[in-house]
Design a binder for this molecule. Structure first.
Ligand code: DGL
Length: 301
């Protein structure tokens, strides 16, 4: 029997796992956080690809037939290469050995997020907040261009890298007073570049942990208006998009369309939590993010 693997560089993927388990509670899951090497978002392509591939292989060895990269950085930098090289090679090798290998696949978080954007924005001005690696990959810009063409809707996309947000969350400092400075800094930079933005994609799975504070800052901006920011008189109301529910719906749809992945899945409703860091520390923080106590295990590669 098979499980669904959910991978992130650290705690961020828990925001996706939580929604997936609400939507598809019957399946068994393995969550893997590579906390020892987080953050990924400031690494180069080669490093992110190598780390992500290692995690994917590990989860396949643990009997996962589907691995969700619950990480935008890994989705942006490693997903395509894993699909086009590693998965293709794996299948070829199995054919040569005349083995009937069970089907496996790796899915990312960017496309399901992008699909929701044209329905939400009214001004067509969209902001992307993400890690430096996701921003430099231009994955969101390219995917939004494609979707704009498909829906015949014009979209103006502005990106903002937020290199301090993941370290704050991984260190458990994101609700401390000092975090406010960095939250305001990147939002101000984004909205100064394009004051017409009415839709902001939280393009990193860690960021929903800051969503309340981001929305608080955006409301504050709304109240004080022009006095502090170079913004038009009529400020557009800004909707922030978190990815959890979108990813969960997309996975449900995928499993409906792909019985070859759905049928082998075991239905115990369990989740095993694994981390490359200290297991107790992971369990303590993860329990807060998930609003429920969990037990975690440590893995050595
Ligand atoms: N949660 C991740 C993402 O969605 C990873 C961030 C990081 O490790 O820098 O991009």
């Amino acid at each position: 029997m098979a499980k669904i693997g959910v991978f992130d560089s650290g705690y961020g993927g828990l925001t996706i796992l939580k929604e997936i388990r609400k939507t598809l509670p019957e399946y068994d899951y393995i969550y893997l956080g590579d906390n020892a090497r987080a953050p990924y978002g400031t690494h180069s392509f080669d490093v992110i690809y190598r780390y992500t591939l290692q995690a994917v292989k590990y989860l396949f060895e643990q009997d996962c037939n589907l691995v969700i990269l619950a990480c935008n950085t890994a989705s942006a930098k490693a997903l395509r290469t894993i699909q086009q090289t590693y998965l293709v090679e794996r299948q070829k090798t199995a054919l040569l050995k005349d083995e009937r290998s069970k089907p496996v696949n790796v899915l990312g978080v960017i496309r399901p997020t992008v699909e929701a954007v044209p329905e939400i924005t009214k001004t067509g001005h969209v902001g992307i907040l993400a890690t430096p690696a996701t921003v430099s990959s231009e994955s969101y810009v390219l995917e939004l261009e494609k979707i704009a063409n498909e829906r015949v809707k014009e979209l103006v996309v502005t990106q903002q890298a937020c290199p301090m947000w993941v370290p704050l969350i991984e260190a458990g400092e994101h609700n401390e007073p000092g975090a406010k400075y960095f939250i305001g800094k990147y939002l101000r930079e984004l909205l100064t570049k394009d004051p017409q933005i009415d839709t902001i994609v939280l393009g990193c799975t860690h960021y929903p942990l800051l969503k309340d504070r981001i929305d608080e800052w955006l409301n504050y901006r709304q109240e004080i208006g022009e006095s502090e920011f170079p913004v038009p008189k009529e400020l557009p109301h800004i909707t922030t998009i978190a990815q959890g529910e979108l990813e969960a719906e997309s996975l449900r749809d995928y499993l409906t369309r792909h019985p070859e992945y759905r049928e082998p899945l075991s239905k115990g409703g369990t989740c095993t939590y694994l981390t490359t860091e200290n297991a107790d520390r992971f369990a303590q923080s993860a329990s807060i993010f998930l609003d429920t106590p969990i037990v975690a295990g440590h893995i050595d590669w």
